[in-house]
Design a protein around this ligand. Structure first.
Ligand SMILES: [Zn+2]
Length: 281
């Protein structure tokens, strides 16, 4: 009798936990409070929504085979992202796939909690997968040691060019390393009314680092090559992990066929400046 009750209780509790988000410890940083201001969802295209906070992107793609989520912002952003997803009428359990731009605490911090609540597949290129499982950046990251973030238990390793079809959406991952070793940009196509657009969620490309790291020791060449990849992306709607970069404050539509090319060009300028600084050290 007691055993039956206990089994009943366990079943009831596990039923409750599915789809319910349990937040990890918040990260404190100079920009964290401003970044984590709540923001209501913004529709980018028919099936594509911005569900992030005021200062950190999280992108939701709703397909007939379930939801795709790109980036989880800070640990303390996870409940805000969850609330935004639920306000659109979805459950966290509807998330089937989670990807990320790069494994720094301000983009990967919320992924662990969102993955636990949704039981979604988390996919990442090998260097990102390692960082996600460890909950910290690897020593080859320009910003190493950076800040630790909640580790993600299960991560599936994907290759450059990996793609998945869910409903009418085909999502493709493109390796764009340089800011981190596993930096990833994501491509798909979605429509606004009658017109359909190639959307590019382009990872951060900024050549910034912890003290002592030198972009002239090889990573600069990697980043330079990435700028060529980014300049060539199918890119009519340009999105980025930091919403200021794609003019989020101006509101949709974010149609900007020059977005990827402009970002590649400005990255090249910043990289030139950085290499010049290192040469004069
Ligand atoms: Zn970063």
């Amino acid at each position: 009798m007691r055993k039956v009750l206990l089994i009943g209780l366990v079943v009831a509790l596990s039923g409750c936990s599915a789809g319910r988000l349990v937040q990890d410890a918040a990260i404190d940083c100079n920009s964290c409070v401003a970044w984590n201001e709540p923001h209501e969802p913004v529709q980018i295209a028919e099936n594509t929504w911005y569900v992030g906070t005021a200062g950190l992107s999280s992108i939701l793609i709703a397909t007939s085979d379930g939801l795709i989520l790109l980036d989880g912002a800070l640990p303390q952003s996870a409940p805000l992202i969850a609330e935004n997803i639920e306000s659109l009428g979805y459950s966290l359990r509807d998330i089937e796939l989670i990807g990320l731009s790069h494994a720094h605490y301000d983009h990967s911090g919320g992924i662990a909690a969102l993955a636990r609540a949704s039981r979604a597949r988390v996919v990442a290129l090998a260097p990102q997968a390692e960082a996600l499982r460890l909950g910290r950046v690897t020593p080859d990251d320009p910003q190493y040691p950076s800040r630790p973030f909640p580790a993600v238990e299960q991560v599936e390793v994907i290759e450059d060019g990996w793609s998945v079809r869910m409903g009418y959406i085909r999502l493709t991952a493109v390796a764009t390393p340089g800011h981190t070793p596993g930096g990833t940009s994501w491509l798909w196509n979605d429509c606004i009314g009658e017109e359909c657009y190639d959307i590019a969620y382009v990872d951060s490309l900024t050549p910034i680092s912890a003290q002592g790291f030198r972009f002239s020791n090889g990573i600069g060449d990697v980043l330079r090559q990435t700028t060529e990849i980014v300049a060539d992306l199918e890119c009519e709607i340009f999105l980025a992990p930091h919403p200021g970069r794609f003019g989020f404050a101006d509101g949709p539509p974010f149609i900007n066929p020059d977005g990827c090319g402009d970002y590649a060009a400005s990255t090249n300028e910043r990289l030139d400046e950085r290499l010049a600084e290192e040469a004069s050290d």
